[in-house]
Design a protein around this ligand. Structure first.
Ligand code: NOJ
Ligand code: CA
Length: 533
């Protein structure tokens, strides 16, 4: 089979509030993304996933959708979206939207109807339950943002379920009319030409039909956040969810499964590998890519990373295509977690592993978590459980384009503060610097484009020296070795015989890597790619 664009390509996540403002309100917008398309093309990515742009009260910044088939005026209009899509397609860039099927906003007209009375036709579109005999919530399920996941509704005398905020009631996906309405929303965007969706919290979509209590989590510590008080055995990852994923896949495939017109579905799923793999599909195909978030939290240690990669590769079902993620709008940034020098090594890792990489906007600048003072907090996650470092504002700050007062992001005060170092950490400056992490990303992306070994080649781990993660990527006669020194000491990596005659393609430090007597001398915190022959 010829590889498809979503297999060979690189996905770039845009958090639209923070990418580029064009109308001076301090919030990014669709015209802003359009303005920066040429940057994305020159960076070398293939597809953009845009976090939600639908009309929303923005209590969870767009993950509370009030209308699945329109654009929030803060971001622009449907016509702006059509323009953006056309401009992207002209540049051979694909566009993925963020589909949020698990819950709507409480201001969605469906919920207004549903909560209006017990006999409303849409009552069962959401999850309504009677209180426990003592008047308490129906069970012990806890919202991912803390507190009971059940909200009492005075008017109709029942609780409704919300896995996230009370302003995000969960839809009842067991109801055929809900399924139809939501599939219709997917079709609305596919008809306009979108190339796929990232599906929000796919593993949450179905809950156990009889709503039993979740078991207590023996490892719970308050610092983890209240959601971890219980293990989400009954509230998530129910077997029936796979038939919904399969329906969505059938819809996507009906718009294109092969060639340039293929559509793609990416599932947001935080689960251990064995359960994650189920989302590729069982009897019927599921999502094309269940997001693999393991690198975000993994210990940054060569042996355990090697094991993680080997286990993931080994667990892939036949025909399943791998993928890797280093960061997103919910998790600490890679530069904050790993430090600036290892962020460069991580860039090499992300872009040379087998499978589709997803790059989070700003990570190509080594953007770190930005300190948010108490008066600047916007994220409801932080506001609900303050001080546990669970807030997501630090990773959602505006993209710094240049060194001007508002970094070229806006002409006014941005909705979240800029990175304090934006006078030097910005696109305009770093694009000119041969040693910047941005230049490194651009070189890596260019190299990927030129090397079939990196996009579709086989993957084999090599024996690494201490602190060195090393692997081979191979396509026919093209053989590359990637060697990543995750530690602060220099290392000597014995090369296999076939690689003794080799040349350096790229180093995270500079490209004068000595190969000596069949060994590669790696400096501290250095990642290299070499090519045999
Ligand atoms: C996952 C999204 O990535 C996150 O930002 C959001 O708060 C929750 N889903 C709820 O939609
Ligand atoms: Ca704006």
């Amino acid at each position: 089979m010829t590889a498809l664009w979503w297999q060979t390509g690189v996905i770039y996540q845009v958090y639209p509030r923070s990418f580029q403002d064009t109308n001076g309100d301090g919030l990014g917008d669709l015209k802003g993304i359009e303005r920066r398309l040429d940057y994305l093309v020159s960076l070398g990515v293939d597809a953009i996933w845009i976090s939600p742009i639908y009309p929303s009260p923005m209590i969870d910044f767009g993950y509370d959708v009030a209308d699945y088939c329109d654009v929030d005026p803060r971001f622009g209009t449907l016509a702006d979206f059509d323009d953006l899509l056309a401009q992207a397609h002209q540049r051979r860039l694909k566009i993925l939207l963020d589909f949020v099927p698990n819950h709507t906003s409480d201001l969605h007209p469906w919920f207004a109807e549903s909560r209006s009375s017990r006999d409303n036709a849409k009552r069962d579109w959401y999850i309504w339950r009677d209180p426990a005999p003592d008047g308490a919530p129906p069970n012990n399920w806890i919202s991912d943002f803390g507190g009971s996941a059940w909200e009492w509704d005075e008017v109709t005398g029942q609780f409704y379920y919300h896995a996230f905020l009370k302003e995000q009631p969960d839809l009842n996906w067991r109801h055929p009319a809900v399924q139809l309405a939501m599939y219709g929303a997917m079709r609305f965007w596919f008809d306009r030409g979108v190339d796929g969706f990232r599906i929000d919290v796919l593993w949450h979509m179905l809950k156990a039909a009889d709503f039993p209590d979740n078991p207590a989590n023996p490892a719970y510590q308050p610092a983890m956040g209240e959601m971890h008080r219980v293990i989400q055995v009954h509230s998530t990852d129910q077997p029936e969810v796979h038939s919904i994923a399969a329906e969505m896949r059938a819809i996507a495939d009906s718009y294109g499964a092969q060639g340039r017109g293929a559509r793609v579905l990416i599932g947001e799923i935080y689960l251990p590998v064995d359960r994650l793999m189920q989302y590729y599909g069982r009897e019927r195909a599921g999502v094309h890519l269940p997001f693999n978030f393991q690198l975000i939290d993994a210990p940054w240690e060569a042996r355990s990373l090697a094991k993680l990669i080997a286990d993931y590769e080994a667990a892939l079902p036949p025909g399943a295509w791998p993928n890797w993620v280093l960061g997103n709008h919910d998790r600490p940034r890679v530069a904050a977690k790993r430090g600036q020098t290892q962020a460069r090594v991580a860039a090499v890792l992300l872009l040379t592993l087998r499978g589709t990489p997803t790059l989070y906007y700003g990570d190509e600048l080594g953007l770190s978590d930005v300190e948010i003072s108490s008066g600047q907090i916007r994220d409801p996650r932080e506001l609900r459980e303050p001080g546990l470092a669970l807030g997501r504002d630090p990773v959602r700050t505006p993209m710094p384009w240049d060194k001007s007062e508002n970094a070229g992001f806006t002409t006014t005060k941005p909705w979240l503060p800029l990175n304090a170092d934006h006078s030097t950490r910005n696109v305009a400056q770093m694009i000119e610097e041969p040693q910047s992490i941005l230049t490194l990303y651009r070189r890596l992306l260019a190299l990927r484009r030129d090397c079939l070994a990196l996009t579709i080649g086989d993957f084999m781990l090599l024996d690494g020296a201490a602190d060195v993660l090393a692997y081979e990527r191979r396509h026919r006669a093209e053989r590359l070795i990637v060697a990543l020194n995750l530690g602060g000491n220099s290392q000597r990596l014995q090369l296999p015989d076939w690689a003794h005659d080799c040349r350096i393609l790229l180093s995270t430090i500079d490209d004068t890597e000595p190969v000596e007597g069949g060994a590669l001398l790696l400096r501290s915190n250095e990642g290299v790619i070499i090519k045999a022959g």
